[in-house]
Design a protein around this ligand. Structure first.
Ligand code: FAD
Ligand code: DHB
Length: 393
């Protein structure tokens, strides 16, 4: 069995694993990224789209922001739509001038892969991790399978950046970590469509038939979402039905209309809230979706993953430079503070915008929250501050 060595072994080439590898490289720390999927697959996996202010600054500062700055869409507001009425939330006015950038997660991934490969970084695609050993006090190792061969990566530390369905988390010894979880009784059907967005800013819409959202990827590509039942099958949703349902939910009294076009991608994502505490045991550190999942309504998933690895990179660099373990020891607590803030904000956005069948009391509360958010400066500032940037928490 072939064995190789590195300083930090990273499982997963999503935004968390790739950015961690890049940040460590900039500080002279070596790493190897092991990714079970192909490069083509990870570069075309359509997921999140909103980057917080602090995340765009970080990507630009570490040299992977050029395309994001050129092609990303900077937004200074969002729309909350309910009772057939549109309400603009002027995010930048409410949150000290800060803005969000709409730039697809797969574009961030492409930029990071290009930067790692250009610098001679080791990113192994088609390398599926099968075993994690990080409990010994002096060393760690990752077993993986590639091209039909079993191999081992020996390292000082392991970063589990392998998402919710990865293997790292399940390698924790009994009692080392606890999982806290909440499942929401609905899912999101998401589409990508070749049609110019019908809006300049993102629309979050509550309708009695369910939540609808209008986002975008460019001036020519729209991204839209519909709240659907948790067990629904994408086969039940031909394109015409999706466009009809979107038009029904987005309807306004002022004649706004939704342009439709060819659907190029569609899928259904279950909605889950999940936190692992602590995000570390022995020589293993969890980051991103392997440690936490937020419901997508607040657009926090990818932003949290980036914030985790910024903290982890700083802690590892400090340990390699000085031997000081204090940042590694506080990594989990530092991240969990932000993770719980994001969980609370995402839950607030989710419950405010998604009706539940038969829950008239909940609907009354949610509509009151929406009216408060669009009429009180204090409520609007709170929403904007959370939406625009939790990465600096
Ligand atoms: P991931 O991006 O999941 O990366 C983990 C990587 O690890 C993957 O490439 C995976 O292939 C790899 N891996 C897994 N197991 C192994 C193994 N055994 N060996 C080697 N590699 C392995 N967030 C939003 O804010 N808005 C959205 O609209 C949104 N939509 C989403 C849709 C879906 C279907 C999913 C799953 C998530 C969505 N998210 C969304 C969340 C957001 O995309 C995540 O928060 C973000 O991807 C987290 O990045 P990550 O690097 O932690 O994990
Ligand atoms: C997108 C996804 C979200 O969950 C969100 O809150 C905003 C935008 C998107 O995919 O563009």
């Amino acid at each position: 069995m072939a064995t190789t060595k590195t300083q930090v072994g990273i499982v997963g080439a999503g935004p968390a694993g790739l950015l961690l590898s890049h940040l460590l490289h900039l500080e002279g720390v070596g790493s190897v990224v092991l990714e079970s999927r192909s490069r083509d697959y990870v570069e075309h996996r359509v997921r999140a789209g909103v980057l917080e202010h602090g995340v765009t600054e970080l990507l630009a500062d570490c040299g992977v922001g050029a395309r994001m700055r050129a092609e990303g869409l900077v937004h200074h507001g969002i729309e909350l739509r309910f009772d057939r009425t549109r309400h603009r939330m002027p995010l930048s006015d409410l949150a000290g001038g800060r803005a969000i950038t709409v730039y697809g997660q797969q574009e961030v991934v492409k930029d990071l892969i290009a930067a790692r490969l250009e610098a001679g970084g080791a990113v192994h695609f088609g390398a599926e991790c099968t075993g994690i050993d990080g409990s010994s006090p002096s060393s760690a190792s990752i077993a993986y399978r590639t091209d039909g061969r079993d191999e081992v990566l020996e390292c000082d530390m392991i970063a589990g950046c392998d998402g919710f369905h990865g293997v790292t988390r399940s390698a924790a010894p009994p009692g080392a970590i606890a999982a806290l979880e909440h499942t929401h009784p609905f899912a999101w059907l998401g589409i990508l469509a070749s049609v110019a967005p019908s809006t300049d800013e993102l629309i979050y819409c509550r309708h009695e038939r369910g939540f609808a959202m209008h986002s975008m990827r460019s001036h020519e590509v729209s991204r839209l979402y519909l709240q659907v039942g948790p067990e629904e099958d994408i086969e039940q949703w031909p394109d015409d039905r999706i466009w009809e349902e979107l038009a029904t939910r987005f309807v306004t009294d002022d004649g706004w209309s939704l342009a439709s076009g060819p659907v190029t991608e569609k899928g259904i994502t279950a909605m889950k809230s999940f936190v692992v505490e602590p995000m570390q045991w022995g020589r293993v550190f969890l980051a991103g979706d392997s440690a936490h999942i937020v419901p997508p309504t607040g657009a926090k998933g990818m932003n949290l993953a980036v914030a985790d690895v910024r903290a982890l990179a700083a802690a590892l660099v400090s340990w390699y430079r000085t031997g000081d373990e204090s940042l590694l020891a506080s990594y989990s607590a530092t991240c969990l503070r932000r993770v719980w803030r994001a969980q609370e904000f995402s839950t607030y956005m989710t419950t405010m915008l998604h009706p539940l069948p038969g829950d008239d009391f909940g609907a009354g509360l949610a509509l009151s929250r929406l009216r408060y958010a669009v009429s009180s400066r204090a409520a609007a500032e709170s929403l904007a501050e959370n939406y625009v940037d939790l990465s600096s928490l």
